[in-house]
Design a protein around this ligand. Structure first.
Ligand SMILES: Nc1nc2c(ncn2[C@@H]2O[C@H](COP(=O)(O)OP(=O)(O)OP(=O)(O)O)[C@@H](O)[C@H]2O)c(=O)[nH]1
Length: 679
């Protein structure tokens, strides 16, 4: 193995020269909305989506970690800072990011071929089932270029809009990025959004055109598109097929040649950027970081500059991709710290770690608190499970700094919690984990955005629960969050998309052609209009060809009112929604019709009414009946009858008794599933 040259006097770094087995890399693939959609039984309504704080895996128990550390130490080699390259892969979903990451790990021998199986990338049940990886991670590779060993750190990013903040922090930990574009698809909305994030972080971008093996691949045209749309010089773009292994060595060479090494600032006070963290039930929070300045040693007292907490670094190490303990990490390196940290809120993504005894003057730029965008109520079907639900939420919060919750009581639903999430995928995942891992049977109410209410006495309050919207007499105005969305579409679907956006109260801003047959359309529209089936509609109206990105641009005043639902003359607060005045009548009508379909008939007649204040604007009635599931079962086998009755009883489980009426879970989501034609 080549030694560091005499020229390189900078502090050393380490990498594994051999291979390692590796369950910890399992999370290296990124979130795939499309594969999520393929695998998920319960479909997502929103396109925004991603999640934080799900349990990642170290892949090693403590003893396993020590073992790896021992065997790893023997094979650790030192390289100077000039031989380190830190990079990310940015891509639109399904353009091949995970496949390329896997290939890089294989070709560099970081992971043995025999270990390389699909499960390797995704560990948690939920992740595997949905084909998504929920959080980002890092992997350290060794690559020999012109007889010199280099240490390449791949920092993964979650491919999900809800997590654009985490993406931006991962990119801030790198000097360069591979921009992967599918040769048969071209530039998509997420490609653009990620490139802009990379450019903001001054990264060296290497364009890679993937999937050139596909019959429909048009690499030349895609290269032109990248040059025209992004303005990136593509004269040295790399053509590759991650699947077939074409162009992989060229990519590794380009990483070494084109991405600059980190700056050598090891003598400065420590500043390390946290780009990921997860909660390990045995060791506490494990923090993934990139040392930007200075160095950190095992046993150091470290200080988290945003949370103000301090801990002793019990263990530090690198990810190769298993956790391998080392004694020190220097500027430019990527690694992990285990310091018996109790909650991820103490060590949030974006925070700066410094040395307690020699604090840095200022923290690294870009720290932001997580702001939940979507709220919903979670109520146990069985009121006795309320304490269990509270315990479960507290445990999940240890691992998920973005999850917010507070108790909520409603006369219809009893005791529960109002919870805040980054987006709908985040919400679905938390909800499923509560049900699967904590055995809770829950009713979830329709998600809502956060409204800003200006009251007549001059106060401003934030309202994330439609049932708590102040009375009309008390409020002066109501503001709602707006987003800017960019839609990229083949030109034949422009009309369909404009109709969709217009239908959702969108304001047209701009349209331009980014290629001969593809247009970019900009709209501004209320976030509330996207919390629903917007993304599904976008995909179905464009046969899956359009893509979109959005960002929140602030609050705007709208003519909003509260629509209440009465079932059997009883107000059901969780069914209250905030709607635009122009849509109130059509939503009221559609909602009562939908509820009539969803609520099973009872032994008595049940009126279902939609009201604005005390005024009933729409009304339906469920006629009385008792469903006799045994009606078609003439005589015969008692076990068959029992089976039918058991099935009927099971069907009733996820219902909430509102007064005397059993209301099923689907009814609480009815407002999201209204036929848009009737609106
Ligand atoms: N033909 C061909 N297919 C590829 C290539 N690279 C990736 N794919 C396929 O494209 C699909 C998406 O690849 P992924 O690696 O999961 O893409 P990704 O960008 O990580 O997608 P997300 O995880 O959904 O964000 C998979 O079915 C891959 O097998 C390639 O070079 N050629």
């Amino acid at each position: 193995m080549a030694m560091a040259s005499a020229m390189d006097l900078s502090p050393p770094t380490f990498f594994l020269s051999g291979t390692s087995s590796s369950s910890s890399l399992r999370r290296l693939s990124s979130i795939s909305v499309s594969s999520f959609r393929r695998h998920s039984t319960r479909r997502l309504q929103l396109l925004c989506q991603a999640t934080a704080g799900t349990q990642p895996q170290s892949g090693l128990s403590e003893s396993g970690s020590k073992l790896a550390a021992r065997s790893g130490q023997d094979r650790l080699l030192k390289v100077p800072i000039s031989k380190i390259r830190n990079f990310s892969i940015i891509a639109h979903i399904d353009h091949g990011k995970s496949t390329l990451a896997d290939k890089l790990l294989q070709v560099t021998g970081t992971v043995q071929n025999r270990d390389m199986k699909e499960q390797f990338l995704d560990n948690m049940d939920l992740e595997r089932e949905r084909g998504i990886t929920i959080k980002l991670q890092a992997a350290r590779m060794r690559y020999v270029y012109e007889d010199t060993p280099y240490c390449l750190n791949l920092i993964d990013t979650p491919g999900h809009v809800d997590f654009s903040y985490e993406v931006s922090r991962s990119l801030a930990a790198c000097e360069g990025a591979l921009l992967v574009v599918d040769a048969s698809q071209g530039v998509e909305a997420q490609t653009l959004a990620n490139v802009y994030l990379a450019l903001e972080n001054n990264l060296e971008i290497i364009p890679v055109v993937n999937k050139i093996d596909l019959p429909g691949a048009e690499p030349e045209q895609v290269i032109r598109e990248i040059e025209e749309v992004i303005g990136l010089d593509c004269s040295n773009a790399i053509l590759c097929s991650a699947k077939e292994g074409i162009g992989i060595t060229e990519i590794l060479d380009a990483i070494v040649q084109r991405i600059p090494p980190p700056r050598d600032t090891a003598e400065n006070p420590l500043r390390a950027l946290i780009f990921d963290s997860y909660y390990d039930p045995y060791r506490g929070v494990i923090v993934y970081f990139r040392v930007i300045d200075g160095k950190v040693k095992k046993g150091d007292r470290i200080f988290f500059m945003a949370s103000g907490k301090d801990y002793f670094a019990d263990e530090i190490g690198v990810l190769s991709p298993n956790q391998i303990q080392v004694d020190e990490l220097y500027a430019g390196e990527v690694g992990y710290i285990s310091a018996s940290i109790r909650s991820v809120a103490d060590a949030r993504v974006g925070d700066t770690i410094t040395n307690y005894g020699r604090k840095a003057e200022s923290s690294l730029p870009g720290y932001e608190e997580a702001t939940p965008m979507v709220f919903c109520g979670l109520f146990p079907v069985d009121a006795d499970q309320f304490p269990d639900l509270r315990d479960a939420l507290e445990k999940l919060q240890l691992n998920d700094a973005a999850l917010k919750f507070e108790p909520e009581t409603s006369s219809a639903m009893g005791f529960g919690f109002r919870c805040g999430f980054l987006g709908l995928l985040h919400m679905e995942i938390v909800q499923e984990r509560l049900e699967r891992e904590y055995n809770l049977n829950l009713i979830t109410t329709a998600p809502s955005v956060v409204y800003r209410v200006n009251t007549v006495n001059g106060d401003t309050t934030m309202c994330s629960n439609p049932s708590l919207l102040p009375q009309p007499g008390q409020r002066k105005s109501v503001e709602e969050p707006y987003v800017k969305i960019e839609l990229l579409t083949p030109k034949e679907f422009i009309g369909a998309l404009m109709e969709l956006a217009q239908d959702r109260r969108g304001e047209f801003k701009e349209m331009k052609y980014i290629a001969e047959n593809r247009a970019s359309i900009l709209y501004e529209l209320p976030l509330a209009e996207m919390v629903g089936d917007f993304f599904d509609q976008l995909k179905s109206r464009t046969k899956g060809y359009a893509s979109m990105e959005y960002s929140v641009i602030g609050y705007r005043e709208s003519d909003l009112i509260k629509l209440d639902i009465l079932i059997n003359a009883e107000l059901v607060e969780p069914l209250s929604t905030i709607v635009h005045r122009d849509k109130a009548y059509s939503v009221g009508r559609a909602l009562t019709q939908k509820l009539k379909e969803l609520i099973p008939r009872q032994m008595f007649k049940v009126p279902i009414q939609a009201c604005i204040g005390t005024k009933v604007i729409a009304s339906e009635a469920l006629s009385a009946i008792r469903k006799d599931v045994l009606a078609k079962c003439y005589g015969g086998d008692i076990s068959r009858k029992k089976k039918l009755l058991k099935k009927q009883a099971a069907g009733k489980k996820r219902m909430k008794a509102i007064g005397r009426v059993d209301v099923p879970q689907e009814a609480f989501m009815a407002v999201l599933k209204l036929e848009r034609e009737v609106l």
